[in-house]
Ligand binder design. Structure first.
Ligand SMILES: [Zn+2]
Length: 111
């Protein structure tokens, strides 16, 4: 294939031009994050494998390291979910108390 820089022909299996040293082969394929998504978004969606793959490609980290990183993200996501649950339960309890008080008031149990 001809070099894009110096136009000299090169063997098709070369990744670097034998004449000028320019890069011929396309950049290695990298897994792309879906548009607008972050690694954390992927983990939230349950796409932990994809998140790991992208982290590895972007950072050059090893499998273990990537897994540890994604696990950490996963923990953060779970924590947030738990926080939300706690808030919802607390609100429900408060509403139930108010309703109960209202009912007791109407029944004349409290004044
Ligand atoms: Zn060249």
């Amino acid at each position: 294939m001809p070099c894009p820089k110096c136009k000299n022909p090169n063997a098709s299996n070369r990744t670097v031009c034998q004449w000028c040293g320019a890069r011929i082969a396309p950049e290695p394929h990298l897994t792309k994050l879906p548009k607008g998504d972050t690694l954390l978004d992927l983990v939230k969606k349950g796409d932990t494998f994809l998140a790991m793959q992208i982290y590895r490609e972007q950072t050059g980290a090893g499998l273990e390291e990537s897994k540890a990183y994604v696990d950490e993200l996963l923990e953060k996501v779970e924590e947030k979910r738990d926080d939300k649950k706690t808030i919802i339960i607390a609100v429900c309890l408060i509403v139930a108390c108010l309703l109960g008080l209202g009912a007791m008031y109407r029944l004349g149990w409290i004044e």
